[in-house]
Design a protein around this ligand. Structure first.
Ligand SMILES: Nc1nc2c(c(=O)[nH]1)N[C@H]1C(S)=C(S)[C@@H](COP(=O)(O)O)O[C@H]1N2
Ligand SMILES: [Mo]
Length: 334
């Protein structure tokens, strides 16, 4: 049995770097761009503008070195070309991440340089016709990549809009060749504390584990991500393979997947194991069901000063509400 640290200070939003730090950096960058605080910017040893340059250099460098770079940009899926809100600036997205393997705060983009994205293999096991381990490049090249613009809503009440590239989650399930008796798809992230120092924090239930029902996985919205902003994704987004489930809180969208297991048992997930009263299995977005310690009614739009109303199923109810009919007894929104 895992021994856990006291939970009160092991919760994501408590550990987050105060958002004022991030916002100040962005405000400073805007001020420099507008010419209003040139002196302040010039005096800083490492100004915000050069930090932005550094992150763009990083994400472009990692993309260019990726063995699948020739597959980008992929064709936009017209059904998902507009998320109804402006796309979040890449630099904002690339410098504000949850990736606890590299630290329990948002500024992990430089630490994630250490993620070794090749060689990389994904194992398919459990209730499948035949267990197999597949090289990531073989897997990606066997799929038809497409681009989709989706909203992304974290349980911590912030959101972004991201142009993702990848393939439908249903295609990954087909690739696994599940037995008819399988009911859940379980995903796991790599486990390597030498590479990812966060994994030395023994009180977390590594490896990061997530799961959905097979029915959810077959919904057209579910997406396996290989790229962002029209190129192979940078490490901090969860290279080389991550999930994105836009109608659920962001913690369901597991990064850097190495294992896909089909099973008939509902899995225990990373956050549910850590704090079951706050982070459940279903985790569908609902503005009317508050987190035990904060409201989910609104969300802060990263890269702006806007706070906007949160929508049921993050605005995707039409496509996914039917999945949960007759399941009113479940904690669908926590
Ligand atoms: N392996 C792993 N996957 C993860 C996380 C993590 O810490 N480790 N954080 C989750 C959370 S809480 C969110 S909000 C999203 C963040 O994705 P982003 O950094 O691309 O915005 O990734 C999710 N997937
Ligand atoms: Mo999150």
């Amino acid at each position: 049995m895992l021994i856990k640290a006291p939970r009160a200070w092991e919760l994501p939003e408590r550990l987050a770097t105060p958002e004022s730090v991030y916002l100040n950096r962005r405000e400073l960058a805007k001020g420099i761009a507008a010419g209003s605080i040139i002196a302040a910017g010039a005096a800083a040893p490492f100004s915000s503008a050069s930090a932005d340059d550094a992150v763009i250099e990083q994400v472009n460098g990692q993309a260019a070195a990726d063995p699948t770079a020739d597959l980008y940009p992929a064709q936009m899926n017209a059904a998902y070309s507009d998320a109804g809100r402006p796309i979040t600036a890449e630099v904002d997205n690339a410098t504000y991440n949850n990736f606890y393997e590299f630290g329990s705060h948002k500024q992990i983009w430089q630490r994630a340089e250490d993620l070794q994205r090749r060689p990389w293999a994904v194992t398919f096991d459990g209730m499948v016709e035949e267990e197999k381990t597949v090289d990531i490049d073989t897997l990606i090249r066997s799929m038809q990549l497409e681009e989709r613009v989706y909203r992304h809503r974290c349980v911590e009440a912030w959101s972004m809009v991201i142009p993702w590239t990848g393939f439908p989650l249903s295609a990954l399930v087909d690739f696994a060749r599940p037995l008819g008796s399988a009911k859940y798809v379980v995903f796991q992230t790599f486990e390597d504390p030498d590479m990812a120092p966060g994994q030395s924090q023994f009180w977390y239930p590594w490896p990061y584990t997530e799961g959905v029902t097979v029915a959810e996985a077959e919904n057209d919205l579910g997406f396996i991500v290989t790229g962002t902003y029209g190129k192979p994704m940078a490490n901090q987004f969860g290279a080389p393979l991550r999930l994105h489930l836009p109608w659920k809180y962001g913690f369901k969208s597991i990064k850097s997947i190495v294992r896909v297991t089909l099973t008939d048992e509902r899995p225990m997930t990373f956050w549910e194991e850590l704090v079951p009263s706050e982070y459940g299995f279903w985790a569908n977005v609902n503005p009317e069901v508050d987190h035990p310690r904060w409201s989910q009614a609104t969300e802060r739009v990263l890269g702006t000063s806007d706070r906007i109303p949160t929508e049921l199923y993050n605005g995707y109810a039409e496509q996914v509400a039917g999945l949960y009919e007759g399941m009113e007894g479940e904690r669908l929104f926590l």
